[in-house]
Design a protein around this ligand. Structure first.
Ligand SMILES: Cc1cc2nc3c(=O)[nH]c(=O)nc-3n(C[C@H](O)[C@H](O)[C@H](O)COP(=O)(O)O)c2cc1C
Length: 213
């Protein structure tokens, strides 16, 4: 893809406030969006995340009031809730190790050193540190999703304006080890959404980018 097309897509995207509820994302596009989440990088590749595609309209109706009543939650074609792993235990690391062995066709003993390193650095680390680390990984996936949506000319709004504890309750996450951290609503902008006409506000290049020479 040409640089110009990428630049145009990134300028075209904005955080939509009002979606057109009549326009739906195709299955093919949805698959590409989900692939972008799947293919996002994470520290050690451990993927301490999960992505809930909330398809049930009744559940989205329930989520709206605990999302500051933001209309995107019910009007967008799709809503994805990004979950992070609250604690990472040895069993989770083991599951990942087994997956590597399966996908790459290597034996488990050859992965012992990698496993030990993850146990030392993740499983034995203070819980709060791991929680924050795990949340950060989810945001990387969110970035991938947002850029992929823009390249597909699909609108998206990253959203933190919701009560995570209410989301966890409504989405029946309590006790699962997964917690909600952010949500992205996806679909197509409403022609009446005035935010699409606003100029993007970004600091000047020299405030954002410095070169260490
Ligand atoms: C992590 C995160 C959380 C956000 N939460 C909300 C939200 O709850 N509701 C909303 O309308 N916009 C939300 N936004 C959108 C930002 O306000 C928006 O991205 C920012 O103002 C830059 O504008 P632009 O995305 O249109 O370029 C959020 C953005 C990010 C990255």
């Amino acid at each position: 893809m040409a640089n110009k097309q990428i630049q145009e897509a990134l300028e075209w995207r904005y955080a939509v406030k009002k979606f057109d509820p009549t326009k739906k994302i195709s299955e093919k596009d949805l698959n590409t969006l989900l692939e972008s989440l799947k293919l996002a990088p994470s520290s050690y590749g451990i993927q301490p995340w999960k992505f809930l595609v909330v398809e049930n309209p009744a559940v989205r109706d329930e989520l709206k009031p605990v999302s500051w009543n933001q209309s995107q939650v019910t009007d967008a074609s799709h809503q994805i809730v990004l979950l992070y792993r609250d604690t990472i235990d040895e069993a989770f690391v083991q599951k990942y190790i087994e997956r590597i062995a399966e996908v790459r066709g290597v034996d488990l003993p050859s992965l012992q050193g990698f496993k030990d390193m993850m146990i030392n650095n993740i499983v034995k680390a203070p819980e709060e540190k791991i929680r924050v680390w795990s949340q950060r990984q989810a945001y990387i996936a969110m970035g991938f999703l947002l850029e992929t949506a823009a390249l597909l000319k699909i609108d998206a709004t990253p959203m933190e304006g919701f009560s995570a504890s209410d989301y966890d309750r409504i989405l029946k996450l309590d006790g699962t080890g997964w917690k909600s951290i952010a949500t992205v609503t996806l679909g197509y902008r409403h022609t009446e959404d005035s935010f699409q006409n606003l100029k993007k506000v970004r600091f000047a290049d020299d405030a954002l980018i410095e070169y260490v020479k």
